[in-house]
Design a protein around this ligand. Structure first.
Ligand SMILES: Cc1ncc(C[n+]2csc(CCOP(=O)(O)OP(=O)(O)O)c2C)c(N)n1
Length: 632
């Protein structure tokens, strides 16, 4: 496609010079550019395509960056990035030292708030709107219907209705989360289709009054109030937003850019909190994405012409941990009829869709609601069911108190599986599962473990659902394991016991989880690079209860100790080992490898980031060499 406009739009100011008639073409070009770029440099596609018109209309009507647009999650903001001075470097998106995967205030003044975790936009934008009451800055939050299912969004709405503010919330309703949207809010929004003739009527009245010079601010308010009352009478139910004192407008076709511009201009200077409900199609304008929005949420590389996705050859590769989880859960659920599955909006992402297909009545997608997922599981556990609640580690941060207050205190029997634990790669700082071990280790009654391979995961899952285990956290990383033959008998493993994988007498390396495979690689290298040094490797398996027999053995027999974990190096395994040594009078030299706590790990490939953070096989080799004064 030849671009008539896009090449001349570096910043929104350039966009704002164009006549409104040019905007449909700008949208086509922007869409084309997003598809072209993402076909070679993968990222979040379908959501960005769906908000193309909204993005153009917002930057056209509002005086960005003076006016604030707060994106929710930010996975839909590629159009925004391309229009705000980043088109030339967009090829670096999600790469090491390149553009951030989500809007990021450190990257651009157009990015107003940290994005990545869902449902925070209303609260953040409300804070900005309240702070900006004194200067005439407009603040707009853009939130999807999926993200609107999150509790935080409701807290924001609740507050928005009572604090004086002029916030505009745009609800981008495509009836999709990553998977299909679920729950009461989705049902509600579907039903909230106030009939079009009513919308037309209200517009005509307003237009007529305007044309006849009868519309001032007060009258506008009266028309709106009258209109809303009429709308409530016409629709079968009360409007939840209006019930909260937030004026509701819509639904509006979110793919009609000129209409969006008209509506936004109309709302821009209106006082008080208001919500504009737009309907969009996820993946709009790119047929394959429109047809299968879940797959095209983040499709990987693809041929933009044919829509064929370029998949890696997975034959003879170990499976992804998430699939081992999904298959094992099904296997366990067939044996144990108390088992149920709970996921906060990630059935495909964590492979719980396998259980969902087979046993829909025993699988619960609760929406983007991590805290609720945990407490809901707690409720089921209390009544004797055995929930497997699967949450991405970084999103589980939202559920910290639920884990402590609603599960741990009563020592409820349930399993929390933390997928994407550790460095996740291109999704960056907001998505790394960095903190779960450090945050949860001090919590009484919890068992916390991490498998080094697929067999270990299966055994940990089996062991965790046996009677009276209390709450068990199993954390495992994004991506593939190490065993092509991943299947194995489901057997109990001793809780709180580690494994000695390699015997040695000079250096002891203690690892937890999949990162232990980096140690295996390092030890192989050291056999040739330092044949005179013998190294013991312990896979600790359990962070809590930790294997004190191993710690005593190591404290007694080794001068040098390395700990390594795929999480922050303060508070987790390394700290546990140091605490034990200090408490028991052992003083070997200990080096802790893991993610830093002085700065957030950014985005890049897992290998690049592990290298930078000093957690790869190289780092283990270097540490051993340093012990012996042979470092470079
Ligand atoms: C707290 C949290 N939980 C889960 C996710 C994973 N996630 C990213 S986008 C998304 C769906 C968002 O749906 P919606 O807001 O409707 O936006 P759409 O993609 O449909 O445009 C989910 C579940 C997240 N980013 N944050």
């Amino acid at each position: 496609m030849e671009y008539k406009y896009l090449n001349n739009i570096k910043y929104p100011d350039d966009l704002r010079q164009l006549p409104v008639e040019a905007l449909p073409d700008v949208c086509s070009e922007l869409r084309d550019d997003i598809v072209k770029e993402l076909s070679v440099n993968p990222g979040h596609l379908a959501s960005s395509l769906g908000v193309t018109e909204l993005t153009v209309a917002l930057h056209y009507v509002y005086n960005t960056p003076e006016d604030r647009i707060v994106w929710d999650v930010g996975h839909q903001a590629y159009g925004h990035k391309l229009l705000t001075g980043r088109r030339e470097v967009f090829y670096t998106n999600r790469k090491l030292n390149g553009l951030h995967p989500f809007p990021c205030p450190q990257e651009s003044v157009y990015d107003t708030f940290t994005c990545g975790h869902a449902s925070n936009s209303i609260s953040a934008a409300l804070g900005m709107a309240v702070a900006n009451n004194r200067n005439n800055r407009h603040v707009v939050a853009v939130i999807g219907d999926g993200s609107m299912s999150g509790g935080l969004a409701f807290e924001g709405l609740n507050n928005a209705s009572s604090s004086p503010n002029d916030l505009l919330i745009i609800l981008n309703d495509n009836n999709m989360s990553i998977d299909r949207s679920v729950g009461g809010m989705k049902q509600y929004l579907l039903a909230l289709n106030t009939n079009e003739s009513y919308n037309r009527w209200r517009n005509n009245v307003a237009q007529w009054m305007n044309n006849h010079g009868l519309m001032d601010d007060n009258r506008k308010k009266t028309v709106i109030r009258l209109g809303n009352a009429l709308k409530a009478a016409l629709s079968s139910q009360q409007n939840i937003f209006e019930g909260m004192n937030i004026r509701y407008f819509g639904p509006v076709d979110g793919h009609n850019v000129k209409e969006l511009v008209r509506v936004l201009r109309h709302l821009k200077d209106m006082k008080g909190p208001k919500l504009l409900h737009i309907h969009t199609i996820k993946g709009k304008g790119y047929e394959p994405a429109e047809k299968a929005a879940t797959i095209w949420h983040a499709p990987g590389k693809f041929d933009p012409k044919t829509g064929e996705r370029i998949k890696e050859d997975a034959s003879n590769k170990p499976p992804k941990y998430q699939d081992v989880f999904g298959d094992t859960l099904v296997e366990l659920a067939l044996q144990n009829d108390k088992i149920v599955g709970v996921t906060p909006a990630m059935p495909t992402g964590c492979s719980m869709n396998k259980l969902m297909e087979l046993m829909p009545a025993r699988t619960f997608d609760v929406g983007i609601a991590e805290g609720h997922a945990v407490t809901f599981s707690g409720g089921m556990a209390k009544e004797g069911l055995m929930p497997f609640c699967n949450i991405y580690s970084a999103f589980a941060q939202r559920a910290y108190d639920n884990i402590i207050h609603d599960v741990a205190i009563e020592r409820l029997n349930m399993v929390l599986c933390f997928d994407r634990a550790g460095i996740v790669g291109e999704d960056g700082a907001t998505h790394h599962g960095a903190f779960d071990m450090a945050a949860l280790r001090p919590v009484p009654n919890l068992t916390i473990c991490a498998p080094m391979n697929e067999h270990e995961l299966r055994k940990m899952m089996y062991t965790a659902q046996l009677p009276d285990q209390g709450p068990v956290v199993i954390r495992y990383p994004r991506g593939r394991g190490v065993l092509v033959n991943w299947n194995c008998p489901l057997e109990k493993i001793p809780v709180g016991k580690g494994r000695k994988l390699t015997d040695g007498k000079d250096v002891a390396i203690l690892s937890i989880g999949h990162i232990g495979n980096n140690v295996t690689t390092a030890i192989e290298r050291l056999k040739t690079e330092m044949p005179d040094v013998s190294i013991a490797h312990y896979d600790m398996r359990y962070l809590k209860p930790i294997d004190e027999d191993i710690l005593a053995e190591v404290g007694r027999n080794f001068k040098y100790v390395i700990t390594i974990e795929d999480g922050v190096r303060s508070g987790g395994l390394g700290s546990a080992v140091l605490e034990y040594f200090a408490d028991n009078g052992y003083a070997p030299r200990v080096t802790r490898l893991g993610m830093p706590t002085e700065s957030f790990v950014e985005h890049g490939t897992v290998a690049e980031l592990q290298h930078l953070a000093g957690m790869d096989a190289d780092a283990v080799v270097c540490t051993v060499k340093e012990f012996y004064g042979r470092g470079e």
